[in-house]
Design a protein around this ligand. Structure first.
Ligand SMILES: Cc1cc2nc3c(=O)[nH]c(=O)nc-3n(C[C@H](O)[C@H](O)[C@H](O)COP(=O)(O)OP(=O)(O)OC[C@H]3O[C@@H](n4cnc5c(N)ncnc54)[C@H](O)[C@@H]3O)c2cc1C
Ligand SMILES: NC(=O)c1ccc[n+]([C@@H]2O[C@H](COP(=O)([O-])OP(=O)(O)OC[C@H]3O[C@@H](n4cnc5c(N)ncnc54)[C@H](OP(=O)(O)O)[C@@H]3O)[C@@H](O)[C@H]2O)c1
Length: 363
């Protein structure tokens, strides 16, 4: 099974990848987006060693049952690389995702890891931009959500991808200021080195249950972890994971020119059938019936009864990533819905969080 995506993204040269230390094994010449065919190996559990007691053992306290996570957390690695000794990868590919008329630029980039940065879907990495800050010190790391599945965009577990918005703003003095790390990343040329830390984060790991309902709420580059989830669900084959639940993605962006990874997601609709639902909210081009701006929560409100029913199931998991402001907007819809059933949303959300069913990474 080596079907190919027809995403309208710039072509990528396998030769350049090889020269930069990457592998072209499962790439195609015309697009960097090919369905990976390799299978994930089983996670390795840490070994437990026991030693003989030398003195009379103290009475054992009743064993506390270990909390079993509902997420895919076995063997998850965190902080393998720290800022003092980062992993140095290479940029294999850097391509702009947003159109010419988009408000701002967002780029998709792939770095070589040679398998040395073993991350899981939903984790982030740190990046340390080249150069020094105004005090002559190395720049501090910035976190970025990983946009590729654990297999990576080339299917060989030897790359990691990011989705980065170039930060440019005008300060109070009227000067144009460029964000340090996002501009470093968006300007990276294939072959350039990049200092990587991590991986970090467990909040956004995917649920173990292959039959779960997974509701993904993203604004802008907050799409990164969900691209990662969805590749695993619909573009890959794994011996130990075959998604057969419902994946429902809501993506909020400013204009249709900024609909990140649109072609990939449309392909997933074809592949996923009834297992995948896709809804976009294009804030500066669409409105609801009341003429209000179409934010992600405005789109969700169209399905609010259905969403509320899903939220009552114990195998529904909500993931939210992107702008901080979206969280309140989403809470506002839920408050009224829950109230109809005599439920206090904030209490209910606490229970969902405790059960790992409400997962938020906003900034
Ligand atoms: C867990 C996590 C995951 C993340 N994932 C991603 C991701 O996948 N993709 C992504 O693009 N980003 C992501 N981010 C954000 C990322 O870490 C950086 O914060 C972002 O790229 C900006 O960094 P920078 O170095 O370019 O800007 P900096 O040089 O750090 O400048 C940012 C600073 O500029 C100031 N500033 C910014 N905008 C304005 C404004 N309009 N007016 C005045 N001052 C302003 C603020 O003080 C702000 O702190 C993530 C953040 C977190 C915490
Ligand atoms: N894990 C994380 O913490 C994480 C991961 C990835 C990205 N991020 C951060 O998330 C942000 C995403 O920004 P972006 O520039 O990529 O996105 P963007 O392209 O500007 O899109 C953001 C969308 O959200 C809309 N929006 C604005 N306020 C909102 C609100 N209160 N509720 C719902 N929607 C709202 C925007 O609408 P209008 O612009 O039309 O108002 C726009 O449609 C960045 O700051 C990025 O650094 C964080």
């Amino acid at each position: 099974m080596a079907a190919q995506l027809t995403a309208a993204l710039p072509s990528y040269s396998p030769a350049a990848t090889k020269a930069a230390g990457g592998s072209s094994a499962s790439c195609t010449a015309s697009h960097f987006l090919a369905y990976p065919t390799r299978r994930l190996r089983n996670g390795v559990r840490a070994q437990v060693s026991t030693t003989e007691p030398t003195a009379e053992p103290a009475p054992a306290a009743p064993a506390k049952p270990a909390k079993i996570s509902k997420k895919q957390d076995e063997g998850v690695v965190t902080n393998k690389y720290r800022p003092k000794e980062p992993y140095v990868g290479r940029c294999l590919l850097n391509t702009r995702l947003t159109g010419d008329n988009a408000p701002g630029e967002t780029w998709h980039m792939v770095f070589s890891t040679e398998g040395e940065v073993p991350y899981r879907e939903g984790q982030s990495i740190g990046v340390i931009a080249d150069g020094e800050d105004k005090n002559g010190k190395p720049h501090k790391l910035r976190l970025y959500s990983i946009a590729s599945s654990a297999l990576g965009d080339f299917g060989d577990s030897k790359t990691v991808s990011l989705c980065v918005k170039r930060l440019v703003y005008t300060n109070d003095a009227g000067e144009v200021v460029k964000g340090v790390c996002s501009n470093f990343l968006c300007d990276l040329k294939p072959g350039s080195e990049v200092k990587i830390t991590g991986p970090v984060g467990k909040e956004m790991l995917m649920p173990k249950d292959p039959n779960a309902t997974i509701i993904m709420l993203a604004t802008g580059t907050g799409i990164a972890p969900f691209r990662s989830f969805l590749w695993k669900m619909f573009f890959e084959e794994h011996e130990d994971y075959k998604f057969n639940g419902l994946a429902w993605l809501f993506l909020g962006v400013p204009t249709s020119d900024t609909l990140l990874y649109k072609e990939e997601f449309e392909k997933m609709v074809e592949i996923g059938g009834e297992n995948f639902r896709l809804d976009f909210a294009v804030s500066r081009e669409q409105t609801n019936a009341a003429g209000e701006k179409m934010y992600i929560q405005t789109r969700m409100a169209e399905y609010k009864e259905e969403l509320w029913e899903l939220l009552k199931k114990d195998n529904t998991y909500v993931y939210m990533c992107g702008l901080k402001g979206m969280e309140k907007g989403i809470d506002d819809i839920m408050v009224d819905l829950a109230a109809k059933d005599g439920i206090d949303w904030i209490d209910y959300k606490k229970q969902l969080k405790k059960a790992e069913q409400w997962n938020v990474e906003v900034y």
